[in-house]
Design a protein around this ligand. Structure first.
Ligand code: TRP
Length: 455
């Protein structure tokens, strides 16, 4: 088999991992959760989850991947040969597959909305119009599938170009662009005349809205947003060089991901409050970016329609870039597995994975239209994939990774991998291992029970 490629630079390593992390989870899901859970107080809890849960698990995924230079299933096979741990990797591949299928449907919608924004189709429309547009579009039997397919193909072509010339090069171009767009949008939004209430909402915590459910919800969100639990980052780390600083990479990725999520809040809430919308759960619910925001952008920039026009285009472009760098990582998890474990040429394995995901993606896309009434356990195909992957497989995967890195993995490998054979000083690693052993597994067990509705 051809020699395994590595990323060519340290900054490349950070940007690909950050590209996986920054996605719809930051720009769509995080503001939705923040809106529904009381603003600033939720953000504080979320940051605590990133520190307590996110950082140790991300370090673990990185060290497992870099140590083995293998796809996520192969990694456990190498570190714990002839044990059942390989199932943790395989489970990750399965979750990667499921998330890729339904995530691409929503990513496809962002393409459609970018098209609408460019065609100036939002002009003069009210929220009721946007409700109709969204209902019509998502229920259409053809268009969502076409846009989803475009997304699958774009992801495919980047991944087949290779680890360095495809994934790394693309992330190195897109991540700075994404950051610039985010900052420009924040500046426009916070300068709106009545932005103050939105900024207040993000800065002044109202702890009365918090409860146990909020905390568990923030943990789940931290997982999804950091791309943890399915071996995405483990696969990427298998392309890291020996001298990549895993600790610094972890802190950078967590920092970038959290910063973009909070900045997305500063794009959305000042605009929403400026338009005088009450924060009813429906306004900031899942329809936020396809119904509430297009109408908010209309109202916000009513006196400067050109800025509103450019703002809307940039916003959907931001979503497209963020989604694409994430779908690349999902395809790569599954692709690396098929390519290496079944000894299939990389381009062929990527094509197989893309076609299979596209097939299942069609059922997800139709879940809002012709297959609306086709339910399994009371869920549409889209709902089922989302539920099984994000609510069950990700937390289970995260818990297993934590137990593996805390208990099963040889302490020597743990410390030498994270300190590059003792070259880096990190006295806090003992605390990290303690958390992986005793704190994180029970915490995730709680999230899991909460997500499957036990509480
Ligand atoms: N983190 C990405 C987002 O915020 C989505 C994502 C990519 C993901 N890879 C993942 C989520 C792996 C969970 C696991 O949109």
């Amino acid at each position: 088999m051809a020699k395994r490629e590595n990323f060519s630079s340290k900054i490349g390593a950070i940007l690909v991992a950050a590209g996986s992390a920054v996605g719809l989870g930051n720009i769509w899901r995080f503001p939705v959760e923040t809106g529904q859970n009381g603003g600033a107080a939720y953000i504080i809890i979320y940051i605590a989850c990133i520190i307590v849960l996110g950082i140790p698990i991300m370090m673990s995924e990185f060290l497992i991947g870099r140590n083995t230079h293998s796809n996520t299933a192969g990694a456990y096979q190498k570190l714990a040969p002839n044990t059942q741990w390989k199932w943790v990797g395989r489970l990750g591949v399965l979750s990667g597959f499921l998330i890729y299928c339904y995530y691409s449907v929503v990513a496809g919608w962002t393409l459609e909305y970018a098209g609408l924004a460019i065609g100036n189709q939002f002009e003069g429309k009210q929220i009721e119009d946007f409700k109709l547009i969204f209902a019509d579009f998502s229920a259409d039997p053809v268009l969502p599938i076409v846009f989803m397919a475009v997304f699958f193909l774009a992801t495919h072509f980047i991944v087949v170009k290779g680890v360095k010339d495809g994934i790394e090069r693309f992330s190195k171009m897109m991540m700075p662009a994404l950051f610039v767009i985010t900052v420009v949008l924040v500046i426009c939004s916070v300068n709106l005349p009545k932005a103050g209430a939105g900024i207040d909402f993000l800065l002044h915590p109202d702890f009365s809205k918090l409860n146990g459910g909020t905390v568990l919800n923030a943990m789940g969100q931290a997982f999804f947003s950091l791309s943890l639990g399915l071996g995405c980052l483990c696969t990427y780390a298998s392309y890291f060089d020996k001298d990549t600083n895993l600790l610094k990479t972890t802190f950078s990725v967590c920092g970038i991901d959290t910063a973009i999520a909070i900045l997305a809040g500063f794009i959305i809430f000042p605009a929403v409050f400026n338009a005088g919308m009450s924060l009813s759960p429906e306004d900031v619910g899942p329809s936020l970016i396809f119904i509430t925001l297009p109408s908010v952008f209309q109202e916000a920039f009513v006196s400067a329609p050109v800025i509103g026009y450019v703002f809307s285009i940039m916003f959907y472009l931001l979503l497209i870039l963020a989604s694409l760098t994430s779908t690349i990582s999902m395809l790569e998890v599954v692709n690396a597995y098929v390519h290496e474990e079944f000894h299939i040429k990389r381009s062929t394995s990527a094509l197989i994975v893309t076609l299979v995901c596209m097939f299942f993606g069609v059922f997800c896309a139709l879940s809002f239209g012709v297959l609306r009434d086709f339910t399994i356990c009371g869920m549409t195909v889209f709902g089922l994939f989302d539920y099984v992957a994000s609510n069950i497989l990700l937390p289970v995967g995260g818990m297993c990774i934590s137990i593996f890195a805390g208990w099963k993995l040889n302490g020597r490998i743990f410390y030498s991998e994270l300190t590059n054979d003792g070259c880096l000083r990190a006295p806090y690693l003992k605390v990290v291992r303690f958390m992986l052993r005793y704190i994180i597994p029970p915490a995730i067990a709680l999230v899991l029970l909460n997500m499957i509705g036990v509480f």
